[in-house]
Design a protein around this ligand. Sequence first.
Ligand code: SF4
Length: 463
Amino acid sequence: MMTEKVSILLYDDEKAKAVRRFNDGRSPKYLIRTYGCQMNEHDSEGLAGMLEEMGYSPAENVQGTSLVLFNTCCVREHAELKAYSNVGALKKLKEENPGLIICVCGCMMQQEGAAEKLMKRFPFVDIAFGTHNSHLFPGMLYRLLLKGERVCDMAAPAQDIIENAPARRAGPPCAWVTIMYGCDNFCSYCVVPYVRGRERSRQPEDIIAEINRLVGEGYKEVTLLGQNVNSYGKDITGADFPALLRRINDETGICRIRFMTSHPKDLSDGLISAMRDCKRVCRQIHLPVQSGSSAVLARMNRHYTREDYLALVEKLRSAMPDIGLSTDIIVGFPGETEKDFEDTMDMVQKIRFDSAYTFIYSKRSGTAAENMEGQVPAGVKKERIRRLIEAQAAITYEKNLGCAGKAYEVLAEAVSRRGVSMLCGRNGAGMITNFAAPPELIGEFIEVKIIGANRYTLLGEII
Ligand code: SF4
């Protein structure tokens, strides 16, 4: 669908002010639990921003919290089951504290009938809403606080974009910036087009203005988010993703630009040139291959073959030999034979990804793959993913060891999990690096020499 300009919905600001008045100077605590991808993480930053506009402040844990919000995911069965179980676990807390407000939102709720089912199964849940109307959350909370009504609201069409809503970001120095919503691809295993709607791109000017605001707030790096960023701008005359990257590179003061996710079928020569030419665009790409078998890829409705993918990697690496390459792989898709799986293993050995997110296929209700013949037995899937994880872990470890002695510029992002005297950050290719440094250096670019590695991260020292 071509739309010259998608309609812009206003955030429910009046109701946010009304809830703030209701809170009457108190600052009740909120807690958000997020499941799933970076898009959901970033949506939660928006929901946190709204709650803070309504007078709430963040809680460390569930004890003493006035409001708990679950932002759910339905892309994988595991995340869905975990969300249900965590909502169920709050029953006792609600009995002890009937004033506790429990809300559930996100992709899982956007599935047809899911919110109603949840409200029935968990009568202690107060508010449920979907992905299309999260900007109306203040109004729902207002209804609950004022009238004591449970609210289950799935209203609002999907073809809208919300600008200028508040957000409470985790940084600086790194921020997520959504550039588009939804997906048109209908991969046969995926629910995203059903729960996030069709593709809608934000106007380039709005994205650039947001990034410049972030620069003013001290952010150094942005990750541009979309389910398939490579098809950005299809609904805006004269816009596409390579042009957007070039504009962000030239018209903002941001130091580093990353993006995800890229669908291989839409990865153009223009994008490869833009990545190569733009100094602020990091040499890193997340390019989900999903399977190394062309027959499986066809059943997945991915619109590329094994050979197409190999050729793309060749092009990327010849334009940018230092590019970091990560991927997603699904094991046990319906009809996957041992030979198909060996093709995936062969692809992994040929390409030698820097890292891979591996998943066992799980049936998703409403998708084309749900009723496909040849569902693979659970035991076979488990055995295959074990082999795949082992093979990729060995490659990642070897590649990490191969970095010893090299020097990288790393943006110090946070205190490392290894201890308070260590910081962690990523180099341009996205490799996580830990190094000894004081917390005052968070937000600085630091030259680091690699002196060691483990299976997932590098160890460096400041040069
Ligand atoms: S590109 Fe495919 S896998 Fe990715 S969100 Fe769209 S439908 Fe899902």
